[in-house]
Design a protein around this ligand. Structure first.
Ligand SMILES: Nc1ncnc2c1ncn2[C@@H]1O[C@H](COP(=O)(O)OP(=O)(O)O)[C@@H](O)[C@H]1O
Ligand SMILES: N[C@@H](CC(=O)OP(=O)(O)O)C(=O)O
Length: 597
């Protein structure tokens, strides 16, 4: 008999009526011939209320007691849901994380799942009961209660689906499914029928609150089909699966992270080891870095900027000050009142002109871009917070995401065939690595790739005002040059620096196009380097595990290799180095991540 996991978020069990509705759905699924495991969150704003209550008692609640407190929200709701099921005439057993055997590490308030025992759940299911599992919690080796971090019930649900080999994991919520962007912010947002794990991972980690990114990591690692569905109707929702829709748009969705802060380390030494020290200091404080922007150095000093949630700013500044002390040079700058606006879509792998279109729509809205970073399937920009919602609406409309998908794509010229070439070998590699994991949530690094086919172009001293990036990238796109990485730092004295990488065969054409645009800015300078290599560490959980950057940059530092550019995503962390050092860097990274060449 197939197992279906059904997760109900806080909004979907907020009242007795909603609890009964959730119970009816589980009962109907059981009566249709499935075994059912429900995962339930705390009712409504219960978790927030408990957090506020603790704050009234003390400024720094002990993490162990915080987890003891927060886990009660879910304990209340599972009991109520189990009662509701029993009144409908079916057997039900509510279980806490500890009673199930969800074993975690001891990092209170952000624990990671190590193992899950299926014995108790299977026994209950075999006795004909619906299992009602408390989301968001587990226990450590000493049976201390731990929680998985805010929004963690999605992670519980996907992890239970993985260990039970469920046919599907359904996430019931207060919207029809996954939308092109948050429907609360953009009323024209449309529901997506199907989206790939990779796109959903990016969307979730870039700010789309509908799913917790760690739960998509589980889904991808253990190939769990996920479906986001409305709790209030029979809508089919959105399927999250290995691949997205066939007739996919170039851009599938937009995400906004409103409460970001920027931290920059300026004037730091441009030498091997710098990034290793920076990342080690961040990892030591478990600070998850969002957008990392390191641009080519000038005058012997380098600069790295990154964004963090504003709530992590104080801790990040301390870590950054420690890093500067360790480096013996540089200073720390920071900026608040910024927001991160990102576009996501696998179509970017094959189409040119996507960045230009995004930048142009921001320019048309009078929005200045303070920082840019890209990965193969996303482009993130840092903009001022007071303009961010308007910017979100403008970019959404510019990509015609408010229109049905069967219309011709709004942008982009296909430059590369779509075929997913080595997808099956990637799946095999992933499976091999996952099968050897000691703990379920351990980081997965499946490959280290060396790309020697690219060239770098850097434009310095360009004016820092709306429309500049749009002009630059429109010119390149109009010339049909496919841009891979884009990195733009925060500006200094009204001047910014942008670097991009292109296929080496396109370098001459790209330079011609860029020169023409740059000629209108008297102070701007253009440099290029056809001799670069890009190293990419590929895996799952690269951003949520803060130690990957540290390990990567430590390995490059130990091999005395200097880093020119960095870009990161959920599934890839890349660094540009001199081509002459590419092979050595590749070997060093394979060794650091215990992979065979
Ligand atoms: N791309 C998106 N698609 C759908 N919903 C989104 C998206 N981005 C943000 N959201 C928001 O996520 C909310 C659902 O998540 P959440 O409030 O955590 O629900 P739950 O309590 O069910 O876990 C929606 O109400 C919606 O406003
Ligand atoms: N109750 C927890 C866990 C959770 O995932 O909730 P929800 O499914 O309502 O986002 C929280 O508020 O963080």
């Amino acid at each position: 008999m197939s197992i279906i996991v059904q997760k109900f978020g806080g909004t979907s069990v907020a009242t007795a009526q909603k609890i009964l509705a959730a119970a009816r759905r589980a009962v109907a699924t059981k009566r249709a011939g499935h075994q059912v495991v429900m995962v339930v969150s705390a009712r409504g704003h219960k978790t927030d209320e408990l957090v506020d209550l603790a704050a009234e008692i003390t400024d720094s609640p002990p993490p162990r007691e915080m987890d003891m407190l927060l886990s009660t929200g879910e304990q209340e709701s599972v009991a109520l849901v189990a009662m509701a099921i029993q009144t409908l005439g079916e057997k039900a057993v509510s279980l806490t994380g500890g009673q199930i055997g969800i074993q975690t590490d001891t990092s209170y308030t952000k624990a990671r799942i190590r193992n899950i025992s299926t014995d108790r759940m299977r026994r209950c299911l075999d006795e004909g009961a619906i299992v009602v599992a408390a989301g968001f919690q587990g226990v450590d080796d000493d049976l201390n209660i731990t929680t998985l971090g805010r929004g963690g019930s999605d992670t519980t649900a996907t992890a239970l689906a993985a260990v039970l080999r469920a046919a599907e994991c359904e996430i019931y919520t207060d919207v029809e499914g996954v939308f092109t962007t948050d429907p609360r912010l953009v009323k024209d947002a449309r529901k997506v029928g199907r989206i790939s794990y990779d796109e959903m991972l990016e969307m979730a980690s870039l700010g789309a609150g509908v799913m917790h990114s760690r739960s998509i990591e589980f889904a991808k690692k253990f190939a769990v089909p996920l479906r986001v569905r409305p709790a209030y109707s029979d809508g089919a929702g959105t399927l999250i699966a290995p691949e997205g829709d066939e007739d996919q748009r170039v851009v599938s969705g937009l995400a906004l992270a409103r409460n970001e802060a920027r931290v920059s380390l300026v004037g730091i030494p441009d030498r091997p080891g710098t990034m290793a020290i920076v990342f080690a200091n961040m990892a030591a404080r478990k600070i998850p870095i969002d957008m990392v922007v390191q641009n080519v150095a000038q005058g012997g000093t380098a600069e790295v900027s990154f964004t963090v949630p504003q709530s992590d700013l104080a801790e990040t500044l301390t870590a950054a000050e420690d890093a500067v002390k360790g480096l013996g040079a540089g200073r720390v700058e920071s900026g608040t009142a910024v927001a991160k606006l990102s576009i996501v879509g696998v179509g970017m792998r094959t189409h040119s002109g996507v960045a230009a279109h995004m930048f142009q729509s921001l320019a048309d809205a009078g929005v200045n871009i303070q920082m840019i970073t890209t990965s193969e399937i996303k482009i993130s920009t840092l903009v001022s917070r007071d303009q961010c919602e308007e910017a979100l609406r403008k970019v959404h409309a510019a990509f015609k995401l408010d229109k049905p998908t069967n219309e011709p794509p709004a942008v982009g010229v296909r430059q590369k065939p779509a075929g997913n070439g080595d997808a099956s070998s990637q799946k095999r590699l992933l499976h091999e690595v996952v099968s050897k994991l000691a703990a379920m949530e351990d980081i997965v690094v499946s490959e280290v790739l060396l790309d020697e086919s690219q060239a770098r172009v850097t434009i310095s001293e360009i004016p820092d005002s709306p429309g500049i990036s749009a002009q630059l990238f429109s010119a390149v796109a109009d010339g049909d040059v496919m841009v891979d990485m884009i990195v733009q730092n925060q500006s200094h004295s009204g001047r910014a620096r942008v670097s991009l990488t292109v296929d080496r065969a396109d370098l001459e054409r790209c330079l011609l196009l860029v020169r023409e645009v740059v000629s209108q800015w008297p102070e701007a300078t253009l440099t290029y380097d056809p001799e670069i290599a890009t190293l990419s560490v590929v895996g799952i959980g690269l951003r949520t595990h803060t130690g990957v950057g540290e390990r990567m940059f430590r390995a490059l530092a130990d091999a005395s290799i200097n880093i020119q550019l960095i870009n990161t995503s959920e599934m890839r962390m890349s660094a540009v180095v001199a081509r002459s050092e590419g092979k050595k860097a590749h070997e060093a990274l394979l060794k650091a991540f215990s992979l065979n060449s």
